[in-house]
Write a protein that binds this ligand. Structure first.
Ligand SMILES: Cc1cc2nc3c(=O)[nH]c(=O)nc-3n(C[C@H](O)[C@H](O)[C@H](O)COP(=O)(O)O)c2cc1C
Length: 388
């Protein structure tokens, strides 16, 4: 291959890829988070199918010419340039491709955040390469051949863009055997306080969770659930209601979830629990009290049905919470049993005598990179018997 032709092909590929990677890094990858969990798997698959035709020919041409130039025109610039190309290929094969493969099964905030972060390696490597070839070029001269190659290259790109196929839309691709819902259900998880970070969650987010709750099934004429959304000062107040209750009743009922003991032991638990108001529960933005409003009348439905419908509503909230990008951390806490079931708590939550509180739905923020280490298998998590 002629040295000039190799230089032109190499420099054009590198420059195009640098522009491309910046667009991907700053615009494209961050917007992945806006796609929505339900559509994401199909979107990601369509993205991979489309982008491979744009990126692969350029990367292969860049690699081939970088190797050729390093051998035919050896210099420090060529050697560094080749080392950067190899870095880009290693990063692509070992980090970004596996992350894309994982994301094509279901959107996972941690995997997405890792993709955006690790891609900076490639963005940087291409930017340095682009700067290197610009400097290298500045020492040479702009020939008629270079200008002709630019004009021909631009024209080819125009023809290419007309031929480029319209990518399949996610909507047309959605609906495989799993559908779009199962990945969302798998992505739902409980995030416990040790993983919370100090980043406030806004009331609009909780409002959306409540909108999801509203669509749960219920038996009868009116939904049995009542949610009391406790913001920062109300959730501290609720914890004082809890402590006041145990101060008054620990001798008869014990404390926490039924622990009994001496006054010294109670005081130790009490000071630890009081410390949790600002410690363990400090980063929580909202505690949503999960309550069941018992129906009145003699022909009312059984309590278990009302509790079951309320649990369905909580699951809806939890599913919606998992669809938020950027680390929304939620879980259902049963809370301290006796205090939760007390008249004092009922009064605090505005409940009638027969209504009950089933615990609190915690809403906080967490690190989007938080790993999901849960496993579920049909053997251990599915007790089912099929009969024909
Ligand atoms: C009714 C109910 C009450 C729960 N109460 C607590 C609790 O008091 N403390 C706790 O750590 N987790 C509690 N959990 C959350 C479970 O620990 C969690 O759902 C379980 O570990 C499974 O994890 P996953 O939700 O991420 O799949 C509760 C869950 C349910 C359904």
């Amino acid at each position: 291959m002629d040295l000039t032709v190799a230089c032109i092909v190499h420099d054009v590929c590198c420059t195009l890829l640098t522009g491309l990677i910046w667009t991907i890094q700053v615009v494209h990858y961050p917007l992945f988070a806006e796609v929505g969990t339900a559509q994401f798997a199909a979107y990601e698959q369509a993205h991979q199918e489309s982008i491979v035709w744009l990126v692969m020919p350029l990367m292969l041409a860049e690699l081939a010419t970088a190797i050729w130039l390093a051998l035919a025109d050896p210099s420090a610039t060529r050697a560094v340039g080749l080392a950067l190309v190899l870095t880009i290929w290693c990063s692509t094969a070992l980090v970004q491709v596996p992350l894309h493969t994982k994301l094509s099964k279901a959107f996972e905030p941690a995997g997405h955040a890792r993709l955006v972060r690790t891609n900076w390696v490639r963005t940087w490597a291409w930017s340095v390469r682009c700067a290197l070839i610009t400097l290298h070029g500045a020492w040479g001269t702009l020939t008629a051949a270079s200008l002709t190659a630019c004009v021909l290259g631009g024209a080819t790109l125009l023809v290419f863009s007309a031929w480029w196929p319209v990518p399949r839309t996610p909507a047309r691709k959605a609906g495989g055997s799993e559908g779009t819902l199962l990945p969302c259900i798998r992505a739902r998880r409980s995030v416990l306080p040790s993983a919370y970070v100090q980043r406030p969650v806004g009331p609009a987010t909780v409002d959306l969770l409540l909108e999801a709750a509203m669509w749960a099934p219920f038996h009868g004429s009116r939904p049995p659930w009542r949610f009391v959304v406790l913001g920062r000062s109300a959730l501290a107040e609720m914890q004082h209601v809890t402590l006041d209750y145990y101060d008054a009743h620990w001798r008869e009922h014990g404390w926490g979830s039924g622990t009994r003991g001496t006054e010294a032991q109670y005081n130790r638990w009490r000071s630890m629990t009081e410390g949790e108001i600002t410690g363990r529960w400090g980063p929580v933005s909202f505690m949503v009290a999960i309550c069941v409003r018992r129906q009145a009348g003699s022909k009312r439905l059984p309590l278990w049905e009302e509790a079951a419908a309320t649990a369905c509503a909580v699951q809806n909230m939890h599913l919606q919470a998992s669809a938020f990008p950027g680390g929304l951390a939620c879980y259902w806490s049963s809370w301290h049993d006796a205090a939760r079931d007390s008249d004092e708590m009922r009064t605090f939550l505005g409940l009638e005598r027969e209504d009950c509180c089933l615990g609190f739905f915690m809403v906080a923020a967490c690190d989007p990179l938080l790993k999901d280490s849960r496993t579920r298998s049909r053997e251990t998590h599915l007790d089912v018997e099929w009969r024909s």
